[in-house]
Each structure stands twice: as C-alpha cells, then as structure tokens.
Design a protein around this ligand. Sequence first.
Ligand SMILES: [Zn+2]
Length: 228
Amino acid sequence: MTKTSTFWLVGVIFGILGLSIFGCVIFGMIAGRRDARYNELIGYKKVTNYKCKNCSQVVAVDTAEAKMKQGDLDGRQFVTVDRDTICGSCKIKQVQKAEKFLKEGKRAFGNKDYETALDRFYSAEALGNDEAVKWRKRTDDILNEMARSLSRADYALILREHFLDKNMDVKVWITGKDNKYLHMKFVLFNDVWVHNFKEGDLVQEIRKLEFDRVYFTDGFGYNTYIYW
Ligand SMILES: [Zn+2]
C-alpha cells in the first residue's frame, strides 16, 4: 500500500467517525429538546360533567384550571371528564323503589318466607334505605338460627349412628323450640354413665351445636338431664 492510499484510508475513517459523532450529538440534542417539550407542564381547563348514572342527564358542570404534560395534552385546551351522580328525579324514583322493596320484604317476612325477605331487604339497602338494614340483620339472624336448628335435628341421626357403631341401642330425638333439647334413651343409663358422658368428648360437640339440655332416661324411671 502506498503512502498516499494509506493517507486517504485514514482520512475516510476519521471522516466517517467524525460524522457519526456529530450526528449523535445533534440527534441527542433534538431528542432531549423534544423530551423536555413533552414533559413541560401546560395549563388547561378541566371540565367535569356530573352525569346522572340512571338517565345520563348532566346535572352540573364544573370547570377548573389544571396542568398536564404538554405531550399528554396533545394540543387540547379543554379536557372533559364525566363523574357519576344521581339527579333529583332519579333520586326520588330510587327512594320509591327502595320503599317498594322494603314493603315486599316485610310482607315476605310476615309470611315467614325469609329467603325472599332477605333478598328484598338487601335490594332496599343497596338503594340507600336505612330501615332495611335493621330488617336485613333480623332476617339474617333468623336464617342462621334456622340453619343451626336444622343441623341440630340432623345431629340426632348422627348420634344414633355413633352409638350403634359402639353396639349401643341408644334412641336419640330432639325437642324444644329451635330443636334445643337432645333426648337419649338407653336401658343401661345411670348416674355413672351420665357422669362419664359429662367428662367425654361428645358433650363438647353437643355444646358447640348450641343444645340447651341433654336428657337421659333408661325407660324404667331413671330420668335426668344436664345443661351448662
Ligand atoms: Zn337521572
């Protein structure tokens, strides 16, 4: 390679390098300036439309000064946002609807149709009826107590099976309001048996089911009961 061609080659390389660096700097500056312009906060008018969520009627409009990044604002001077509200006439309709649900609920409650009553009271409550809250809780309590009462009734069968598995022919039945009295009849019942029963695990299970009393009889005059 001659001296001249080496000189040219080096020249070209430096030329390309120089242009690249120059290009990078220029583009960097442009990008930086564009970034700064994008992020610059610009004032705009924020218009809030309070729209009725039922009938879509705009009830009120509120205008406020606000700032946003120029890039996000994208040339707009106004930005409109919708807010849910409820208009006067829809409010009245809502109150009337809630009262209708409450009335239906009370009727169902009177007919001991607690499932329907609960559903109506929940609907009235969701529409802002305060009286429905009290009724809903009351109905809820009754339904819970009914469920517990049913599980106590089921327990008579479970207990019967339990004793049969142990070769004991113990008759079991339930009485009382809300099935709160548990009765057992077995020919071998006596004070010793009842004493051991009181100390045993079964009694814990029975208490958990909220029975009030457990009656024991041998069918021949031995009668006693336990409670807590
Ligand atoms: Zn409305």
